[in-house]
Design a protein around this ligand. Structure first.
Ligand code: GLU
Length: 387
């Protein structure tokens, strides 16, 4: 175990812990119950100190395929869904048993992408999870793999965990993984890869370090972990990537096992903007000119005059990505116009809009109350290009 900074986890109020499939499930032997038992010792110790804990547990598909003895290759969607149906029961049962040993109740929450993208369902899920936390239970969350179809699913629990963390206002997200943190390059391929212990802000350079590597049993690689980091830190939630390949992995982080810490933004956005920024599938893209980029950075609304092009089909109120002239995303927001209207008034001064639309213009293409900046740039990267 390489030594790093000690981390007082009990200083956080609400922690989401995401467990990768490969940590919980062994291809040959199924569920790793001893490891889970020790992890639950750590969770109980945190709860004892007053920390609220929520778990996002992967492993349904991996466990289901060991039980069903499915072929070792990549699974078709329906095979993976059947495996998840079998595995999820075992997984939930194992968590229930392991937490019960500490007198802690588990509550199962299965979410789909739709549940977190649609505002009313999102608020509903949040209320249920809050209720469970209030009752002292540990919510055990997974994607509802049995019904999620390929186009509308997370597919990886890294981003799901970040979305859940921001949904419930957690102040720390811990991704337990088969790697102990972020490296400047994949360490198994590049002997000169440098370990990054502290990441104050996720810059385009940091994003570029995350290759696509995923192991056989899990879906997410470093790429989805960095995406998770962006969702979490923007909302004021710090994120740790740490190795789960040891017993008592949370205690190990407290004792200084090496890990990467992504700092929470100092200017977290409010709850509604958190929901906007964390949307995984913006319905369209609005391209804007340099003047509008500068205006947005000053905290202004996006006016039609600064819009150079509009892509996609969306309705008023849908989330759109706002990109600069290099195509780099700088913000997200709720569109004030349908896509057809938006296209017809792109580049127009406010005064000329009524003549085009046939009704008086609304103030903004995207109002500043519905807009959140998503690009965190460094001094050398002012235009948001990905060098
Ligand atoms: N939801 C998937 C499962 O339980 C795991 C997704 C992931 O590996 O991130 O099998």
């Amino acid at each position: 175990m390489t030594q790093g900074a000690k981390r007082a986890l009990a200083h956080y109020h609400r922690i989401v812990i995401k467990i990768g499939s490969a940590l919980l499930v062994d291809r040959g032997n199924g569920l790793k119950r001893d490891w889970l038992t020790r992890l639950c010792d750590d969770i109980a110790a945190l709860k004892e100190k007053g920390v609220e804990v929520l778990v996002v547990s992967s492993g349904a598909v991996a466990l289901g395929r060991t039980v069903l003895h499915t072929h070792p290759g990549a699974l078709k969607l329906e095979e993976a869904q059947a495996a998840a149906a079998v595995g999820q029961i075992g997984l939930a049962g194992a968590w229930t048993e392991a937490l019960k040993a500490h007198g802690i109740l588990a509550g199962q929450i299965l979410l789909t992408l739709q549940n977190t993208e649609e505002r009313r369902q999102y608020l509903n899920a949040r209320a249920t999870i809050r209720q469970l936390l209030k009752a002292g239970a540990v919510p055990i969350v997974n994607e509802n793999d049995t019904i999620a179809t390929s186009e509308i699913r997370y597919g990886d629990n890294d981003r799901l965990a970040a979305r859940v963390a921001t949904m419930i206002g957690a102040d720390l997200l811990i991704l337990l993984s088969d790697i102990d943190g972020l490296y400047s390059a994949p360490p198994h391929l590049d002997p000169n890869a440098k370990f990054l212990a502290e990441i104050p802000v996720i810059t385009p350079e940091i994003e570029a370090m995350a290759g696509g590597a995923a192991s056989e049993l899990s879906r997410g690689g470093m790429h989805t972990k960095i995406e998770a980091g962006k969702i979490a830190t923007t909302a004021g939630c710090a994120m740790i990537i740490a190795s789960g390949k040891i017993d008592h992995p949370l205690r190990a982080v407290e004792d200084g096992a090496r890990h990467s810490m992504f700092h929470a933004s100092h200017m977290p956005v409010n709850a509604r903007k958190t929901w906007i920024a964390g949307q995984l599938l913006p319905a369209g893209t609005i391209h804007i000119d340099d003047g509008a980029v500068a205006a947005l950075k000053r905290g202004n609304s996006l006016l039609p005059a600064g819009v150079s092009a509009v892509d996609g089909h969306f309705s008023r109120g849908d989330t759109v990505a706002i990109v600069n002239r290099f195509g780099g995303e700088i913000a997200r927001g709720l569109s004030g116009y349908d896509s057809d209207e938006a296209r017809s008034i792109a580049g127009q001064k406010t005064g000329g809009i009524e003549a085009i639309l046939g009704y008086p213009a609304r103030a903004a293409m995207v109002h500043r109350d519905d807009l959140v900046m998503t690009l965190h740039e460094t001094a050398g990267n002012k235009d948001g290009t990905h060098a």
